[in-house]
Design a protein around this ligand. Structure first.
Ligand SMILES: C=C(O[C@@H]1C=C(C(=O)O)C=C[C@H]1O)C(=O)O
Length: 120
């Protein structure tokens, strides 16, 4: 089992924009790490407190074969001056890959969070 981190930002607290962003983030993570929804043991999402239009888990369930993935949403801990309008995810994945082989995906403004590991 390995954990895969991801994050993406949106510009507006808009339901469709958030749904598209979450789907984009998850598709990127799956492709970069050569995994499918069946490999995912659980997906934990957070959204910053300025996002309240839709649950990220709802967006995840729109993707093929995500209906059986256990999903969870939480509000991100608020820290002053931290990244605005950001959705984070932690995937727990069944894989033979090593920790070093895992590709964490940070898109949009979220790439500033972890420039050491962000993939454009
Ligand atoms: C830097 C991030 O934002 C916050 C800080 C984290 C960290 O220092 O590892 C992890 C998650 C967030 O609470 C991130 O999402 O990667």
């Amino acid at each position: 089992m390995q954990g895969i981190r991801g994050a993406i930002t949106v510009e507006n607290d808009n339901r469709e924009e958030i749904i598209e962003a979450v789907k984009k983030l998850l598709i990127n993570i799956l492709e970069a790490n050569d995994i499918t929804a069946e490999d995912i043991g659980a997906a934990l999402f957070s959204a910053t407190k300025d996002l309240s239009s839709v649950f990220p888990a709802f967006a995840a369930r729109q993707l093929p074969n995500w209906d059986l993935v256990p999903l969870f949403d939480a509000q991100q801990l608020y820290v002053e001056n931290s990244m605005k309008k950001c959705i984070r995810v932690l995937l727990l994945v069944n894989t033979d890959k090593t920790q070093k082989e895992i590709k964490h995906i940070y898109l949009g403004r979220a790439s500033q969070l972890r420039p050491d590991i962000a993939k454009a």
